[in-house]
Design a binder for this molecule. Structure first.
Ligand code: UD1
Length: 420
């Protein structure tokens, strides 16, 4: 077991470059099943969630090897092994591998992904969408058994613009005869990246990034070399840390329009921003101003995956802020840890009221989910004194060596073995 030791309270300075997006890379890796050829993914971050997805790919008989930041995946043959709960439990988004297996093999068996620490994460939209493509689905003691022998392209109307369901269905339609249409599709940038990837393999996906996506099935897809988009949530995390701790930092490898929801709020809290075509320089010299209301929702609204890190920053604001979480029902767990640092946060259901305090103090903290864990690092970097953060494995799911990123902007974040 490892922990982070953070000596906080210093303004941040310097520059860093953001990794490729976990949430783009994961569906892209799943989509490698769509072709028998080898696929090379460049700039692939080293993350626990990526490792978990690669374990699933290997379990299905695919070759997968990550050397440095280059990942090679080759699914020449796909074995229809049951993806059991040991594998789905490590990666809840494992469910979106269903679409690609079905598209390629017309059958798939996967254990329920189960609940998770931020909410229930049902899969009804994935199932309803696959059923609309004529997939027969049975639940056999917790294993979802999919028979796609009569699969047909069709129109799918999503009741909610789910990111994972949209990705699953894009993959499901990629090799079907005819046109599959997803109505009320999610519009997150990662959806566009997946469409680009499928199209780089010879697929025909149109309209990604809009609410109607058309997928014209092709007979075969081929290998390609692909570099996933920059991680907008990592970018936002580092920007939030500068807003919380103060300082001046250039964050490189960003797509400014992807983080518009964050940069607009950062301006409101008083940050000075210099936005270039692929970088943002943030300068913050005073305590952040409060945000009247910060509400999460589907893209292009403020992302739920940034709610904890922004809330951590707002604990130091000069007044009270209200944060509303609309996507997941249980995403304020980390606030109890922030309270140990002197933060004043009251949570009721999906609303948090944060009364800003002049300073946070270092404390012993435990991360229990990925973004909540990142919020603890943000707070610890801004707090005076030493914090110890347990539960690093949650943070490692989505941040490639977060301690190095913070070290490069002048923070003191050290990873140590728990026995040290
Ligand atoms: C993806 C992201 C995750 C992010 C989320 C919302 C990946 C790997 N993960 O997760 O980081 O927080 O988008 O931006 O890309 N829902 C249902 N039924 C379903 C599917 C979803 O009710 O079948 C609900 C969920 O419980 C949740 C909401 O829809 O309340 C959003 O979920 P969804 O967009 O599917 O998120 P994920 O794809 O799981």
């Amino acid at each position: 077991m490892q922990k982070f030791i953070v000596d906080g309270g210093m303004p941040l300075k310097g520059e860093l470059s953001v990794q490729s997006a976990k949430n783009a890379a994961l569906p892209i890796i799943a989509a490698c099943i769509l072709t028998e050829d080898a696929v090379t993914i460049e700039n692939c971050p080293k993350l626990k969630d990526i490792d978990a997805m690669l374990d699933i790919m290997r379990h299905l008989g695919c070759f997968a090897e990550q050397k440095g930041d280059v990942l090679t995946v080759c699914c020449r043959d796909v074995a229809l092994n049951v993806i059991n709960s040991d594998l789905t439990g490590k990666l809840r988004s494992s469910i979106f591998i269903l679409g690609s297996i079905l598209s390629r093999c017309r059958r798939a068996y996967i254990s329920h992904p189960g609940g998770c620490e931020i909410g229930l994460r049902p899969i009804d939209l994935h199932i309803a969408g696959l059923k609309a493509l004529n997939v027969k689905i049975d639940d056999d003691y917790g294993v979802i058994c999919c028979d796609g022998s009569d699969m047909k392209s069709g129109i799918i109307n999503l009741d909610f613009a789910s990111v994972g369901a949209t990705e699953n269905l894009m993959m499901a339609g990629a090799l079907l005869d005819g046109e599959t249409v997803i109505v009320n599709a999610a519009r997150e940038p990662e959806i566009i990246d997946l469409a680009r990837f499928i199209n780089a393999m010879g697929g025909r996906v149109y309209g990604a990034g809009e609410s109607v996506i058309r997928i014209i099935g092709v007979k075969k897809l081929h290998g390609c070399i692909y570099k996933p988009m920059p991680d907008r949530i990592c970018a936002g995390t580092y920007l939030a840390a500068v807003a919380a701790a103060g300082g001046s930092v250039t964050v490189r490898n960003v797509v400014p329009e992807h983080i518009f929801g964050m940069t607009e709020r950062l301006k409101k809290i008083g940050a000075k921003l210099n936005v270039r075509h692929d970088s943002v320089r943030i300068t913050v010299n005073e305590r952040p101003r409060p945000l009247h209301k910060l509400e999460t929702n589907v893209y292009p609204a403020f992302p739920t995956d940034m709610q904890p890190q922004f809330s951590a920053m707002l604990t130091r604001a000069t007044g009270s802020s209200i944060v509303v979480e609309n996507l997941f029902e249980n995403r304020f767990g980390y606030t109890a840890e922030l309270a140990k640092m002197g933060a004043l946060i009251t949570v009721k259901d999906r609303v948090a009221v944060i009364r800003g305090v002049p300073k946070l103090s270092g404390a012993v903290l435990r991360a229990s989910d990925l973004r909540g864990g990142a919020a603890l690092v943000v707070a610890a970097v801004a707090a005076e004194g030493r914090s110890v953060i347990y539960g690093t494995e949650h943070i490692d799911r989505g941040y490639e060596y977060i301690e190095r990123a913070f070290e490069s902007i002048g923070a003191s974040v050290r990873r140590v073995d728990d026995s040290d």
